[in-house]
Design a protein around this ligand. Structure first.
Ligand SMILES: Cc1ncc(COP(=O)(O)O)c(C=O)c1O
Length: 291
């Protein structure tokens, strides 16, 4: 099966999918994106992703290139044409093609690209394996709430983590507080047992998985606090984990080489992983479809 991409209204072989050299995404990273999980052929938290896309587009003053409903149809078609049962859809909208000038062009039409690929089916057991994170200086801009394709700081910090033998980098702001991972939201269970994740503001992306985990926790009567936490709190935490569309709920077992808890998935993390698993299984059935 050859992969199919969607580019500005056409379904094309992935290998031939291309945009113009003067697409502002290519020239200025002037665009936004979403990554949506496909679980058993169903898009996970589609509405949440479309709402966040609406926010990102609005903040950059890019008009929707099609209705959210049509976007859903195209995503479904990309999933179908690529025969994805478990995987991800990547969706990107840029301001479009125009002669290279920094200010917004008068007549550019937003450009849409979608790709999809398979990933290993979600499995609670393999997802319970912990990962290492390192902490790094958060060198990003002041609008991390927009899901823009401008990801160079994230790329550099993730590479730094990889070179240190870690999976993810937790970024630390000027006040010594952890903001988030390069492509994940950060959570801890403090030494006093409090479940904590940073509040959403301009310093982090409002994760769809984060929101789903909060909702699941709430329904299960698990309390949590939205506040920032320090590197020291993270290192002395009982448990730590991260959330994202592609990693779901993933235990963090070392921070800067220091073991968290007993070095294995924590009790509350395991519980939330189970709840998130149920959340994914409930997709498309009418229940749990909000985000
Ligand atoms: C910087 C950043 N934070 C958090 C997340 C997690 O968000 P979500 O759960 O919506 O995938 C991502 C996802 O790519 C991200 O890039």
């Amino acid at each position: 099966l050859s992969r199919i991409a969607y580019v500005n209204g056409r379904y094309v072989p992935h290998a031939e999918a291309a945009v113009h050299v003067e697409d502002r995404g290519y020239q200025f990273a002037d665009g936004v994106y979403e990554v949506i999980a496909v679980h058993r052929s169903v898009l996970v938290d589609e509405k949440g992703h479309m709402d966040r896309l609406d926010w990102s587009l609005g903040e950059l003053d890019i008009a929707w290139p099609m209705t959210p409903r049509a976007m859903g149809t195209v995503m479904g078609e990309v999933v179908r044409r690529n025969r994805i049962r478990d995987g991800i859809v990547y969706l990107q909208v840029t301001r479009g093609v125009a002669p290279r000038n920094h200010e917004f062009p008068a007549n550019a039409e937003a450009a849409v690209v979608m790709t999809a690929r398979r990933i290993r089916p979600f499995n609670v057991e393999t997802n319970s394996q912990g990962i290492d994170v390192i902490t790094v200086d958060d060198i990003r801009w002041k609008r991390c709430d927009i899901k823009t394709i401008s990801l160079l700081p994230n790329v550099l910090m993730k590479e730094q983590a990889a070179r240190a033998g870690a999976y993810e980098a937790w970024m630390v702001d000027g006040e010594g507080q952890v903001t988030e991972g390069t492509s994940t939201n950060a959570w801890i269970v403090t030494k006093d047992g409090d479940l904590v994740t940073r509040q959403t503001d301009n310093k982090i992306l409002s994760g769809i998985t984060r929101a789903a985990v909060m909702e699941a926790a709430q329904s299960a009567g698990i309390e949590f606090t939205e506040r920032s936490f320090t590197v020291d709190e993270a290192k002395t935490a009982r448990e730590a984990f991260l959330t994202s569309t592609t990693l779901f709920v993933k235990p963090v077992v070392r921070v800067d080489g220091e073991a968290i808890g007993n070095g294995h998935i924590g009790t509350l993390t395991a519980r939330l992983l189970d709840l998130y698993s149920a959340h994914m299984d409930g997709q498309g059935s009418g229940k749990d479809s909000a985000a």
